[in-house]
Design a protein around this ligand. Structure first.
Ligand SMILES: [Zn+2]
Length: 227
């Protein structure tokens, strides 16, 4: 709890620094009253959606897609509060595929890629939940990056550190060969925010308090990477 409070203070200080910096910029260019440009832009990608629920909780059958969206909404609030420009790939429960006819998954993934390319962000954070029924003791947040993406690896390491602090785990960020990492050249990570195959992770992820802590952990990791 103490660590969390320290983190909160640090994040608040950084957010305040952003505001001060932007305020200084405005007074120096007194002719413009337009809102200052955000220093960084992030794309937040809530995995799955619509007919694709992702993995399901072992006890509650909760859908990964719904929890991903909730975590992304919380994460967006943190980033926006710190002055980041935020682009969401998915803003509601639906998928991005149009109608759920054949090939919908491919259309859904293509749409996410197009949103990222249009945004040209400083980083992409794709939010998912894990499942590993072969070993239900596995739990905690796990972050993936693309081999050769040094910026993505640094972001993944920073977020992983926060996940480990939150969950009492000692996991390393892992290389992953996934579409959301490979589809563009922007620094990208997949944040798997826990295991729905683990009863304790599922119980925690079904509470608003824990989803808020997960979002805050991802945000603090990202701030450590950006600042
Ligand atoms: Zn997923």
């Amino acid at each position: 709890m103490l660590a969390l409070k320290k983190s909160a203070i640090a994040a608040a200080a950084i957010a305040a620094a952003f505001v001060l910096l932007m305020g200084a910029g405005l007074s120096a260019v007194s002719v413009s009253r337009a809102a200052p440009a955000a220093p960084f832009k992030v794309v937040l990608d809530a995995g799955h959606g619509g007919v694709d629920p992702g993995v399901r909780g072992v006890s509650t059958d909760v859908k990964e897609s719904d929890l991903n969206l909730d975590i992304v909404r919380r994460l967006a609030r943190y980033f926006e509060g710190a002055g980041f420009a935020v682009v969401l790939t998915r803003e509601n429960e639906g998928g991005l595929y149009g109608t759920a006819t054949g090939g919908y998954k491919k259309r859904d993934m293509q749409a996410r890629k197009e949103i990222i390319e249009a945004a040209a962000p400083h980083a992409v954070i794709s939010v998912h939940l894990n499942s590993f029924p072969a070993d239900r003791s596995r739990r905690g947040g796990q972050v993936f990056f693309k081999a050769g993406d040094a910026a993505g690896q640094a972001l993944a390491a920073a977020v992983q550190e926060r996940f480990n602090a939150l969950g009492g785990t000692a996991l390393q960020p892992l290389r992953g060969d996934y579409y959301m990492l490979n589809c563009t050249e922007y620094p990208s990570v997949i944040a798997e925010c826990g295991f729905l195959s683990n009863a304790e992770d599922e119980r925690l992820l079904c509470t608003e308090e824990y989803r808020e802590q997960v979002a805050y952990a991802v945000f603090c990791g990202a701030l450590a990477y950006f600042c």
